[in-house]
Ligand binder design. Structure first.
Ligand SMILES: *Cc1c(COP(=O)(O)O)cnc(C)c1O
Length: 497
C-alpha cells in the first residue's frame, strides 16, 4: 500500500468535527423550520406541479466535487418541495393522507441514523431489539391479541402484507403443487398490495374469490361461508380470507367477528388489513369497528397513516408468533451469523422478517409516543372522525352535491349530480382539476361501480375545521356556477386553506 492511501484525506472530509457538524445541522433545521412555519401559517400550496416536473433536479448531477449545503437546500426546495403533494400540509385530503409526520418522529430518525445502532439482532443491539419489541407489544395490546403473538416493524403496509401471507402459506404448509388449488377470499375493496404480496410469495397462481359486499362496501360473511363451502366440496384448498378495517376506497369496515366465525369453521387464515384504519382503535367511539380483531391470525397497521408518522413505517402482528418466526428463520447455516444468533430466547427482528440489516425504524415512533403520551393521538383521531362527519352533513346541504358513502371512519366519496352519467364525469373531473389548480387543498378521485367520484380522507393531524370549511366553500361556489350553467367560465379566486 503506498503512503498516499494511508493518509486521512477522505476521512478528514467525511468527519466534520463538532463545529461544522453543528453548523450543518443548524442550516438544515433552519430550512425545515422555515417550511413548517409556512405550512402552519398556510402560506404554501398543498399541491403543485411545475412545468418541468422536477426534471431540473437531474441537471444537478453527482460529481467528484463537493457542493455547499445552501445550494443543495435550494435545489431540494425548488425541485423536491415545489412539486407534488406536500405531506406536511393540512390541506392534504387525498388518497390516504399518509405520513403527516409529527416532528419528533423526524428527530427519532435523526437519533437512529446519526448514532447508528443495529436493530436486527438482539445480540448486536439488545436495547434496540427491546425498543422495537415494546412497540409491537403495544400495538398487539391495542387489539387485545392474546400472549404468544409476534410481530415486526416494516417499511409499510405492503411489506407487512407480504410477511402476513408468507406466514399463512407456511403455516398451511402449502407447496408449489398446491398453489393452483389454493383459494384466497377477498372483496373488491381490498387494497391492491394484497395482490402484489400474493405474487411475491408465489401465490399469484392461486384462485381469488371475490366475496360480495353489502351496500356499505363490507364483506358479507354469509356469502363467504357459501363460497368456501362450495370450494371445499369441489376439492379445492380454501386457505386465506383477507378482510379490512378501513378500506382505502370507502373507509369501509368488514364485520371481522362474523368473518372470524367462518374462518374458524373452515380453518382459514384470517388476515386483517388495518393499514389505514388501525389506530382508530384508540378512539372510544370507533372501538366497535374492531370487534373480533383479536381473533385474526395476522393484522397489519400503518403508523405512517393513522398515527401521523412519516412515510416508511408499518407493523405486522401474527397471533401465533412461532408461525411468523418459522416462516422467516434460516434453514441453512450461515457461519458468519453464528455470534449474532446468541440469546436465542430473546426476540431478534431479523427472525421475524426477511430483512437483515435495517433501518432502526422503531425510534421514530417510540420517541413521539413517549414524548407526547397517547392522549393527543387519540384526541386528534377523534377530531378527524368528527371532521369527516361534519363535511358529510354540510355537503348534503349544498344543492347538487350527493354523498355517495357516509364515513364509517374518515373517507367520504361524493359527486355533483347533473342527472346524466356522462356529464357527471366531465363536470366532476373538471371540479377536481379546479381544486388541484388552486392547490390549497389536495383531494383525489375514484370510481364506484364504474362511475367517477370525488373522494376525501381526513387523516392529517394538521387538517382542521377551517380546512374542511375551505373545501365546502369551494364546492358551494362551484355548485352556484354549475347550476347557472357556467362550468366553462368558472373563475376561481386563489384562496388559502
Ligand atoms: C396504504 C394501504 C396499504 C398499503 O400500505 P403501504 O404502507 O402504502 O405499503 C394497504 N392497505 C390499506 C387499507 C392501505 O390504506
Amino acid at each position: 500500500m503506498d503512503n498516499h492511501t494511508m493518509e486521512r484525506l477522505g476521512y478528514d472530509r467525511l468527519e466534520l468535527g463538532s463545529e461544522r457538524r453543528r453548523l450543518l445541522t443548524q442550516k438544515v433545521t433552519d430550512f425545515i423550520e422555515e417550511h413548517l412555519q409556512k405550512v402552519e401559517k398556510k402560506e404554501t400550496a398543498c399541491f403543485n406541479i411545475n412545468d418541468d416536473r422536477a426534471s431540473g433536479l437531474l441537471n444537478f448531477s453527482i460529481s467528484e466535487e463537493p457542493k455547499d449545503i445552501e445550494s443543495l437546500l435550494k435545489v431540494y426546495e425548488e425541485h423536491v418541495l415545489q412539486n407534488g403533494v406536500d405531506l406536511s400540509h393540512g390541506g392534504h385530503l387525498g388518497l390516504i393522507p399518509s405520513g403527516s409526520a409529527v416532528y419528533p418522529a423526524a428527530l427519532g430518525d435523526f437519533l437512529a441514523a446519526s448514532i447508528n445502532r443495529h436493530s436486527c439482532a438482539f445480540y448486536l443491539g439488545p436495547g434496540a431489539a427491546r425498543l422495537e419489541q415494546l412497540l409491537i407489544s403495544w400495538v398487539a395490546g391495542l387489539f387485545n391479541f392474546p400472549a404468544g403473538f409476534a410481530g415486526n416493524l416494516t417499511s409499510g403496509g405492503s411489506t407487512a402484507t407480504v410477511l402476513s401471507f408468507l406466514t399463512a402459506r407456511q403455516s398451511k404448509q402449502l407447496k408449489a403443487r398446491d398453489f393452483e388449488r389454493t383459494v384466497i377470499y377477498l372483496t373488491d375493496a381490498l387494497h391492491v398490495c394484497a395482490y402484489k404480496a400474493l405474487n411475491v410469495i408465489g401465490l399469484g397462481e392461486a384462485i381469488l374469490r371475490k366475496v360480495p359486499m353489502d351496500k356499505k362496501f363490507r364483506m358479507v360473511p354469509e356469502e363467504l361461508r357459501k363460497i368456501v363451502k362450495r370450494d371445499k366440496e369441489a376439492g379445492l384448498l380454501p386457505a386465506i380470507v383477507a378482510a379490512s378495517v378501513g378500506t382505502t376506497n370507502f373507509g369501509s369496515v368488514d364485520p371481522i367477528d362474523e368473518i372470524a366465525d367462518v374462518a374458524e369453521e373452515f380453518n382459514l387464515w384470517l388476515h386483517v388489513d388495518a393499514a389505514y384504519g388501525g389506530f382508530f382503535v384508540l378512539v372510544d367511539e370507533m372501538k366497535y369497528h374492531f370487534k373480533g380483531v383479536h381473533r385474526a391470525d395476522s393484522i397489519i397497521v400503518d403508523p405512517h397513516k393513522s398515527l401521523f408518522m412519516p412515510l416508511g413505517l408499518g407493523v405486522v402482528v401474527v397471533k401465533d408468533g412461532y408461525k411468523l418466526h418459522n416462516a422467516n428463520i434460516l434453514t441453512v447455516e450461515a457461519s458468519y451469523l453464528r455470534d449474532v444468533d446468541m440469546f436465542q430466547d430473546e426476540k431478534s427482528p431479523k427472525n421475524f422478517s426477511f430483512e437483515l440489516s435495517k433501518h432502526f425504524r422503531g425510534v421514530r415512533v417510540w420517541l413521539p409516543l413517549q414524548l407526547y403520551g397517547i392522549k393527543p393521538f387519540r384526541e386528534c383521531l377523534k377530531e378527524k372522525v368528527e371532521l369527516a362527519r361534519y363535511f358529510t352533513s354540510r355537503l348534503g346541504e349544498i344543492p347538487g352535491f350527493v354523498v355517495d358513502n357516509y364515513p364509517q371512519l374518515t373517507v367520504v366519496t361524493f359527486h355533483y349530480e347533473t342527472g346524466n352519467d356522462d356529464t357527471n364525469e366531465r363536470v366532476n373531473q373538471h371540479l377536481l382539476e379546479r381544486i388541484l389548480q388552486d392547490g390549497s387543498v389536495y383531494i383525489s378521485s375514484t370510481t364506484i361501480g364504474g362511475k367517477f367520484r370525488l373522494r376525501i380522507c381526513v387523516l392529517h393531524f394538521r387538517s382542521h375545521k377551517d380546512t374542511i370549511d375551505f373545501l365546502l366553500s369551494f364546492l358551494t361556489k362551484a355548485a352556484v356556477s354549475l347550476s347557472s350553467g357556467m362550468i366553462k367560465k368558472l373563475h376561481w379566486r386563489k384562496c388559502k386553506v
